[in-house]
Design a protein around this ligand. Structure first.
Ligand code: SF4
Ligand code: SF4
Length: 70
């Protein structure tokens, strides 16, 4: 399975990754607040990730790491 890791404390809640994800599996977690006071992005359905890495590409704070299946 492809793996997407979001470093919540680097996230500024801009939502660019959520908008870019073709599978629409990233949301801003309204129940969490990071150390900057933002709602951080979170992957809600990791099993649906294609590993395209668009989320990581658009993140202005390099908060996302995508590891693809071999
Ligand atoms: S790698 Fe692609 S499919 Fe997976 S969460 Fe990021 S944008 Fe969505
Ligand atoms: S693009 Fe980066 S900074 Fe913006 S919400 Fe997504 S993880 Fe957070």
């Amino acid at each position: 399975m492809n793996r997407v890791t979001i470093s919540a404390d680097y996230c500024k809640g801009c939502g660019l990754c959520a908008a870019a994800c073709p599978r629409k599996i990233i949301v801003l977690d309204s129940k969490a607040i990071n150390n900057k006071g933002y709602h951080p992005a979170s992957v809600i359905a990791p099993g649906s990730c294609t590993g395209c890495a668009l989320c990581a590409l658009v993140c202005p704070d390099a908060a996302i790491c995508v590891e693809r299946d071999a």
